[in-house]
Unconditional design. Structure first.
Length: 232
């Protein structure tokens, strides 16, 4: 497997590893600011490759914040490796997930984020959005970078295949194909309203964990996903 890094938005870097066995890309997002933030940490086995890619932009000991969308190996399996490599870094995660999982799993206590809370990174501002069960997991949450209007989507719009760093095409069709395969999305009363809330942000880019960074009419794509996840 080869790990690559691409600047997909101003100061926002997509670190991507294609796993041929899974036929899927696994991405991390590095926001280069005065207080650099890494979102999605990756599994333990990928730590060395991802760390080497991060270090081409930011020395590891400068990392200030570590985040992820929910507790799952590909999201935070390497969390304690990152905490060891970046002594000044804190995990920033939602209150629910911190309380039920991360306070026990992490070698240092996390910063427990509440819905709508912002972190000023210095040149960039990220807002934490609580999204329980969207796309899955009680502890789910996302980050929205307000300066570039970029939504870090976690597992939303997950797709299979090796894909380019950026795309201007809709992510909906391949995401629905993957959903038919995996059935990974929770379809609960809050699914539609949560996706509508994300659409109301009017993001200009969607950075997928398992896919490309999609630039374009993101609000329409999120509303189309909401309709598909709530129909029937």
């Amino acid at each position: 497997m080869t790990t690559t890094i691409d600047e997909v938005r101003d100061g926002i870097h997509r670190i991507s590893t294609y796993d041929p066995m899974a036929n899927m890309v696994f991405n991390q997002v590095l926001i280069d600011a005065e207080q650099p933030l890494l979102f999605h940490l990756g599994p333990r086995a990928l730590f060395d490759d991802v760390a080497a890619a991060v270090a081409t932009v930011v020395p590891l000991d400068r990392l200030r914040w570590l985040g992820f969308g929910h507790v799952e190996a590909d999201e935070c399996g390497s969390m304690n490796q990152w905490l060891a490599a970046a002594p000044g870094a804190e995990v920033a995660f939602g209150f629910t997930g911190s309380l039920v999982s991360v306070m026990d799993l992490a070698d240092r206590p996390p910063r427990m984020l509440v819905d709508g809370e912002t972190i000023d990174l210095g040149g960039r501002v990220v807002r934490y959005l609580d999204t329980p069960h969207v796309p899955h997991g009680w502890d789910a949450g996302l980050l929205y970078e307000e300066t570039t209007r970029t939504l870090l989507c976690g597992d939303l719009f997950t797709r299979t295949g090796e894909v380019p760093p950026t795309s201007t095409e809709s992510p909906l069709a391949p995401a629905l194909e993957a959903e038919a395969m995996f059935g990974a999305t929770s379809r609960a009363p809050q699914t539609g309203p949560t996706l509508e809330r994300l659409a109301a942000l009017e993001p200009e880019a969607l950075v997928l964990m398992h896919g490309s960074t999609h630039i374009g009419d993101c609000a329409s794509w999120l509303r189309a996903l909401a309709a598909a996840m709530t129909e029937g």
